[in-house]
Write a protein that binds this ligand. Structure first.
Ligand code: GLU
Length: 856
């Protein structure tokens, strides 16, 4: 065992702690730039200068930038000659170039010579060479960011426009995820020519509004410009651009289009560090002895490409790693020859140091994972607004998408966007929603129309600040789908074919329509009901005095009367206390003969009394109970009588939709192609199914082409036709047409909404405006104006009040039956009197004949 003295021990420890710091005074680094990459070259030179000035990194050495320019059409052979030239100069690393083909070649030379190669370009390869460090985020991470944002927005249908197979690689995650969903994604490649219009037109005709544009930064402007030319730059269109350099393009022409153009960016030009750095390197260009390039002079902002920022970061990363390596190793840098066998022995160590460095650069945090890919970096989400490009959120690999704009800000943006725009509003003529103005003068434009819907959209436009043009729907239909062809008609079609922005009127919100268009919240609630002629007044019944009690009760009363009379008669015979004759007890007698009992009972029933009364307790009990019975019965009768004499009896053959369904005499129908027809057609309820079959099979057709036609048919039908219509329209009709009324309640409950194209950016604003109008009571005021006041509203209200004021007088028709009964009674009394007279005369005559015969 070797014995080391304590002194030697100490010296060794001290030697280990003292930094090695053996770097040469000048450290050469090589940069390969394309002829046009002036910004990158400038950033490279500036980074070197900055590090040289900064005494915290590599304090004893100076970096020296060795620049080689390659032309874009240069072949790999020439490029490798330039690399070898740099290596001969003794460079310790090579930066660039940005082109794919040359870069591979440079990389293989660096790998052989073990010289660190730093790249800033987009590279999709998963396996990378040992001596390579690429600062550009790996495409798989970028594609996850794209997927996250599409997922966040909830895009279902979208089209991907890509330039080359390489650009499709950026969308791998998106394509994989899309394969798992039921929604088809269209993928179209940009043609090689510069005319993208035919392709864009096809996309436009397919109705897709969301586009993912994966093409080089240079082509973005052209694609957007041509999209604008064919009308694909509207409020309804959204573009997600995969390039990280959207901010470097002049998008002023698209600022006011309202189109949502979104992208990610790696460098924030508003960041203080970026602004300061870029401003300084512009100065460097001015100071340089080379002819200053125009681009730098024109630069009035700090917008730089990602690759330019990355080259600045790459030089810093290299310097920091070298500085760290210097503290642990003795480093010497020798010129190398491409033809020789020598390699740089510190190359791999330096690469490993670079991969463990964590630092902040122009592209935020620079950190690598164990496979050498950038990790934990932050991407800004940027959007084009009327004020230019601005940051609206950010994305990172752990938290995904994070929009920093508040909902209110988003809304405000939309409102600003909508200001002074002219929206096309489709509608159809339907009272009182949209009507032509009565005017002798020839009216044009929006001036031709008036009504509830016109006032409503005017109020909304005042709140949101847009203009509108009214256009009547050519086929005059609301919107229904043809199940065979899958095509829509009416106002819904106008929206689907992008001829209108909004559809307004008595357009019902239905599930079927909601699948293809968007609706605002309902501005009016309603349900289906029956419009029919008013019930006819029945002439009063002559015997209406009998109506207070039902026939059964009358029969029971008569039976009770007879029963009580007979019981009284029997009990009076039975009880000894009803028999009396004080002078001749042997000739005792009772007044309660059967006839008298009946007279007594009827006297009590008529509240008149009788000249004899029961004396025994039992008979009195019968009488008492009978009087109680009559008291209650007569009071009940009297109470009910008034109602029956005064109330007019109305005769209506139907009282509800169910009554309609039960019969076939009265025909009934609905509006053709409206939501009421759909309600019956799609109903699972047997009554409504039966009604729909009846309507379909009726000849001639019971369907109306408009509500007005349905109303006319009901009026003229005089009870032979009923129209199933929406309650609000019924309400309007019966205010003016006094012959008609609503029968029964509502069969369902729904609402009218303003329809717009699917995913319309106006939906939230429109909703808020409708809600505001509702809360302020404006909707109620509008309804009162158009239902009760304008165009003859309220004409049927007088009718009702008149009829109710005359309802109290009773005519002969009401009480005539009582006279009839009186006369009948008198007549019967006379007949009985005659009978009695004849009977008595015959009896007297017979008795007198018997007496005479006895006398003789
Ligand atoms: N409001 C209905 C619709 O939107 C039209 C009228 C009706 O069907 O009764 O289709």
């Amino acid at each position: 065992m070797v014995n080391i003295s304590p002194f030697v021990h100490l010296v060794l420890i001290a030697f280990c702690l003292v930094p090695v710091n053996s770097l040469p005074d000048i450290i050469r680094i090589g940069g390969l730039f394309h002829n046009g990459d002036i910004d990158q070259e400038l950033a490279f030179r500036y980074a070197v200068e900055k590090i040289n000035l900064d005494k915290t990194i590599l304090p004893r050495s100076k970096l020296s930038a060795q620049i080689e320019r390659v032309s874009s059409d240069e072949d790999s052979f020439h490029a490798s000659k330039r690399v070898c030239h740099l290596l001969r100069q003794g460079v310790s690393s090579i930066f660039g170039p940005s082109s794919n083909s040359i870069s591979r070649h440079v990389q293989s030379i660096c790998d052989t010579m073990e010289i660190p190669h730093l790249e800033m370009r987009w590279d999709y390869r998963i396996r990378r060479e040992n001596c390579l460090v690429n600062l550009y985020p790996h495409p798989s991470v970028l594609s996850r960011a794209l997927y996250d944002i599409v997922e966040f927005w909830g895009w279902k249908h979208f089209t991907i426009i890509y330039e080359s197979n390489d650009s499709l690689l950026r969308l791998q995650e998106l394509l994989k995820a899309q394969r798992r969903t039921e929604y088809p994604t269209t993928i179209r490649q940009l043609p090689d020519t510069n005319d993208y219009r035919p392709l864009l037109k096809q996309i436009k005709n397919s109705g897709v509004a969301h586009i993912v544009l994966a093409c080089s930064t240079e082509k973005i402007y052209n694609v957007l410009k041509q999209s604008q030319q064919i009308g694909m730059m509207s409020d309804y269109h959204s573009y997600l651009i995969t390039s990280l350099d959207l901010q470097t393009i002049d998008l002023d022409e698209f600022k006011y289009s309202g189109t949502n153009i979104t992208a990610f960016r790696l460098v924030d030009p508003d960041n203080y560090n970026v602004r300061k750095t870029v401003a300084e390197w512009s100065q460097l260009e001015l100071r340089s002895d080379k002819k200053p390039n125009e681009r730098a002079f024109q630069r009035n902002d700090t917008v730089i490409k990602s690759e330019t920022a990355l080259i600045y970061d790459a030089v810093h990363l290299f310097a920091k790693a070298l500085h760290d390596l210097d503290t642990s190793q003795q480093i010497d840098i020798q010129p190398l020859s491409c033809d020789g066998q020598d390699t740089w022995p510190h190359g791999y160590s330096l690469i490993n140091y670079m991969k463990i460095v964590e630092m902040k650069g122009l592209t935020n945090l620079i950190k690598f994972d164990n496979q050498g890919f950038r990790t934990d970096f932050l991407l800004d989400i940027i959007e084009l607004s009327a004020n230019g490009i601005r940051k609206v959120g950010d994305w990172n690999s752990t938290q995904g998408v994070n929009f920093t704009r508040s909902f209110k800000e988003q809304q405000q943006d939309m409102v600003d966007n909508l200001k002074n725009k002219t929206l096309v509003v489709t509608a159809l003529l339907s009272d009182p929603y949209v009507m032509r103005k009565d005017s002798a003068a020839k009216l044009t434009g929006n001036n031709q129309f008036e009504g509830y819907a016109i006032d409503l959209i005017r109020e909304i436009s005042m709140i949101l600040g847009f203009n509108f043009t009214f256009r009547l729907v050519p086929d005059g239909r609301y919107g229904s789908i043809n199940k065979l062809t899958g095509e829509w008609d009416g106002m819904v079609r106008e929206l689907l074919e992008q001829r209108a922005d909004l559809a307004i009127g008595d357009l019902t919100i239905t599930y079927e329509r909601e699948q293809v268009v968007d609706f605002t919240m309902p501005f009016m609630n309603l349900g289906i009901s029956v419009l029919y002629r008013k019930p006819v007044k029945q002439p009063p019944n002559l015997f209406s005095f009998l109506s207070p009690l039902s026939l059964d009760v009358w029969i029971y009363m008569a039976t009770a009367y007879l029963g009580v009379s007979v019981l009284l008669f029997i009990l009076a015979r039975f009880t000894p206390y009803e028999w009396s004759n004080s002078q001749h007890p042997e000739k005792s007698d009772t007044q309660f003969t059967l006839m008298n009992c009946m007279w007594f009972a009827i006297g009590s029933l008529m509240q008149q009394g009788c000249d004899f009364l029961p004396k025994a307790v039992s008979t009195r009990m019968v009488a008492g109970m009978w009087w109680f019975f009559t008291l209650i019965m007569i009071s009940s009768y009297t109470a009910n009588l008034a109602a029956f004499l005064t109330v007019e009896r109305m005769d209506s053959p139907i009282e509800s939709a169910e009554d309609l369904a039960k019969q076939t005499k009265i025909k009934y129908g609905v509006l053709n192609g409206g939501s009421t027809a759909s309600f019956f057609r799609n109903s699972n309820f047997s009554t409504y199914q039966r009604m729909w079959s009846f309507m379909e099979s009726s000849k001639p057709s019971v369907f109306a082409q408009s509500n007005t036609e349905g109303v006319e048919r009901t009026t003229k039908g005089k009870g032979s036709y009923a129209f199933l219509m929406e309650s609000t329209s019924i309400e309007y009709v019966i205010e003016r047409n006094c012959e008609l009324t609503q029968i029964g309640g509502m069969l369902d409950s729904k609402g009218y909404g303003i329809a717009m194209r699917q995913n319309s950016p106006y939906r939230t604003m429109m909703n808020s405006a409708v809600l505001k109008l509702q809360e302020e009571g404006r909707l109620h005021i509008l309804k009162t104006r158009w239902w009760k006041e304008k165009r003859g509203g309220g004409s049927c209200r007088d009718d009702t009040s008149k009829s109710s004021s005359t309802a109290n007088e009773l005519g002969l028709a009401n009480v005539g039956g009582v006279f009839v009964v009186l006369m009948g009674g008198m007549g019967v009394a006379c007949v009985i009197a005659v009978c009695e007279f004849v009977w008595k005369s015959r009896k007297v005559a017979t008795e007198e004949r018997v007496i005479q015969m006895q006398c003789y």
